[in-house]
Design a protein around this ligand. Structure first.
Ligand code: PRX
Length: 659
């Protein structure tokens, strides 16, 4: 039974919120869906004209001639940074706070829209002075900071395509991304500070671009965050403050085509190589704005807080672009939810009077644990009365965590928007609308207007409600992925497979719709992608990292349900030497975990490692992953194992090595 079928509780949108909401009833929602159904292109054209500033108007809304390489807003020209900043200056927001930045140590800095504009222009001029121009790729490996956002906006201003790499990725992962993107410059910081600890970002960049493999990287621009020691390489490395010193505070935006690649963001797929998800300028920004308005019901007086990192898509759409494009005031936080204690989020909401709070289920679950253990960090100890809307993103939220969030953080008067979406979708896809949709814990409810989501079988036929299947989107939408950078064939194969007709978007998730309400519940990935603490990771990536270790002959990685992180990584390993036990097994397991941290990043460390003389395989040599998943869960094997070549090893693989 799925969560959804067993879940009977329904929570209605608060009346006071609904009265003022952008979408204020199910009738209003249905009317918008009908408008999209009746005239799909007209629906989007109207929104694009109303919401974006066009330097040159578009002449065609949707061009499907080269499907699935859909093009939106042909002939239109605009600039994303102009839309996010200059427009705010023109519309009376110059002195409005754009960002309330809270550093790890609690220091607060307020940045107005005019400050932001000035900083972005200076940065953009600095980039130009280094010869960086439209179409160049720039990798950003930065801590959560105003400078990180400014760097992204500055790239957008000059038409350079950025690729932000999460600060938790290793030198090797960073290098792979720099090479794949062919970046001419890397923007980084001396160090990142999180939870009182420093991480040497610049040193990691040095390691990543050492030697000839990255000799196309001309410059490394370094933001001085801590003043920690770094080595500056002559002719290549520059301090950010020196690059921007004396640069004019104005920079004419580079007007680009609607389809111009705003950014590439790498994400995991079912092969070992991460995919460079390429997004457009106009379609992406349009959806960032619309979802700020529809899903978050953003108002001029709101204090919006999205706790994501700019290294993930959530931090792109709901920190670096969406909030600025709609002229909101947002909180940007450098640190972690548990430092100096697990009350940090609640303390910050109270201090800054946040009205909208958007976070991940993993964070909620770990804060529930912390509040259970220590009443002092329970949200009820803080004044959270400023909140009016809560959001969840990145992984399924279990009904218990939903209820706790609703009661203890939202005080039973804040709707929770459980937003389902992906790096590839650019913005929310299936989510309640806070002033309209009756909410059911654990369900992301209904697709946004204009999003033609459906549940189908393997051949693309619609399934009736109540029957689980594959989640697809039947029509292109403006903020969808445009291609995989440098690999259009993989783009087609991954997202528009021939089995489904080659024109409908395959999300990679399973879903089921409630037979009475039609509400969607996401049932998890249907490919070899794991979701650990809301971080997306490919099992193949971790397996490749493991087998690259000289001790390892073979490895298989599966996900295991985890109370806090949603899923955890469980690795089954065959060594080139005899199967270890006792202290030796512990030592090697530790070595392998550290190895994966170095190869990919600490987020990919297997939580559990188990050693066997072999892996369970069919007679044709295929690893039986379903058995490994059962073993990982510690459940009894009830499946047919008659095709298993080597049943004896199942017993060995039950032993977890604790490190
Ligand atoms: O499996 C779905 C899960 O996260 C995947 C997308 O991960 P990523 O590209 O890293 O983007 C995360 C932030 C948007 C999806 O394929 N997922 C995301 N949101 C939800 C979710 N699963 C269930 N409910 C959600 N609200």
């Amino acid at each position: 039974m799925t969560i959804h079928e067993s879940e009977m509780r329904v929570f209605l949108p608060p009346v006071a919120l609904a009265e003022r909401a952008t979408v204020s009833s199910m009738e209003a929602y249905t009317a918008m869906c009908t408008a999209a159904d009746e005239d799909y292109e007209g629906f989007w054209a109207k929104l694009a004209n109303e919401n974006l500033h066009w330097h040159k108007p578009f002449t065609k809304t949707l061009n499907e001639s080269d499907a699935p390489f859909y093009r939106w807003f042909d002939d239109g020209r605009l600039n994303v940074s102009y839309n996010c900043l200059d427009r705010n200056l023109q519309h009376g927001n110059a002195d409005k706070t754009a960002v309330i930045f809270e550093a790890d140590d609690g220091e607060i800095t307020n940045i107005t829209y005019s400050d932001m504009h000035e900083r972005v222009c200076q940065f953009a001029n600095g980039l130009k002075s280094l010869g960086i121009k439209k179409g160049d790729r720039v990798v950003i490996y930065m801590p959560m900071s105003v400078e990180g956002i400014v760097a992204m906006q500055a790239c957008a201003r000059i038409g350079a395509t950025h690729s932000v790499v999460f600060g938790g990725f290793s030198a090797k992962s960073l290098q792979e991304r720099i090479i794949d993107a062919g970046a001419v410059a890397v923007i980084t910081a001396d160090e990142q500070v999180r939870g009182g600890k420093r991480l040497p970002l610049k040193t990691i960049v040095d390691e990543a671009i050492n030697g000839d493999v990255c000799d196309f990287v001309r410059n490394v621009i370094v933001y001085r965050r801590t003043g920690g020691d770094v080595e500056m390489i002559a002719d290549r490395d520059l301090w950010l403050h020196e690059v921007i010193a004396d640069q004019p505070a104005d920079c004419e935006p580079e007007w680009v085509d609607a389809e111009h690649p705003l950014f590439i963001l790498y994400t995991s797929g079912s092969t070992g190589k991460p995919k460079g998800v390429q997004h457009s300028s106009a379609g992406y920004l349009l959806w960032a704005m619309l979802t700020m308005k529809w899903t978050f019901d953003i108002k001029p007086t709101d204090i919006f807080w999205c706790t994501a990192d700019i290294g993930w898509v959530t931090g792109h759409t709901y920190i670096a672009y969406g909030p600025l494009a709609v002229g909101a005031t947002q909180i940007v936080f450098e640190g972690v939810p548990t430092y100096p204690n697990a009350g940090r989020f609640w303390d910050m909401i109270a201090k800054h009077k946040a009205t909208i709070f958007y976070t991940a289920p993993t964070a909620i679950r770990s804060l529930i644990k912390a509040a259970d253990a220590d009443a002092e960090v329970h949200p009820k100890k803080y004044d959270l009365s400023s909140l009016r809307l809560l959001g969840s993103v990145g992984e399924p939220i279990n009904p218990e965590a939903w209820m706790w969030y609703y009661r203890n953080v939202g005080n039973e008067h804040c709707p929770i928007v459980d937003t389902f979406w992906q790096t590839e979708t650019g913005g929310h896809m299936i989510t309640p609308l806070p002033g309209a949709t009756p909410m059911v814990p654990g369900s992301c409810t209904m697709p946004l207007p204009g999003i033609m989501a459906a549940v189908v079988d393997e051949t693309g036929n619609d399934l009736p409600n109540g029957q689980g299947g594959i989640l697809v989107v039947k029509r292109p939408w403006p903020s969808m992925i445009r291609t995989i950078w440098g690999d259009p064939e993989r783009f087609k194969k991954s997202y528009f497979p021939e089995e489904l007709g080659g024109k409908i978007y395959l999300a990679g998730d399973g879903a089921v719709r409630n037979d009475k309400t039609g509400y969607f519940t996401i049932t998890g990935r249907i490919d070899d992608v794991l979701n650990v603490s809301g971080h997306r990771m490919g099992t193949m990536e971790i397996e490749s990292a493991l087998v690259a270790n000289p001790l390892v002959a073979e490895a298989a990685v599966v996900g295991k349900p985890d109370e806090t992180t949603g899923e955890s990584i469980c690795a089954f390993v065959v060594l080139k030497r005899a199967r270890p036990s006792g202290e030796e097994a512990r030592q090697i397991a530790k070595e392998l975990r550290d190895w994966v941290a170095r190869e990919i990043g600490p987020i990919a460390k297997p939580k559990e490692i188990r050693f066997g003389d072999n892996l369970p395989k069919t007679r044709s040599g295929k690893i039986m992953r379903r058995l490994l998943r059962v073993l990982a869960k510690g459940e009894q094997i009830t499946q047919d194992i008659s095709t298993l070549e080597n049943p004896a090893i199942l017993q060995q693989l039950k032993t977890v090595v604790t490190t």
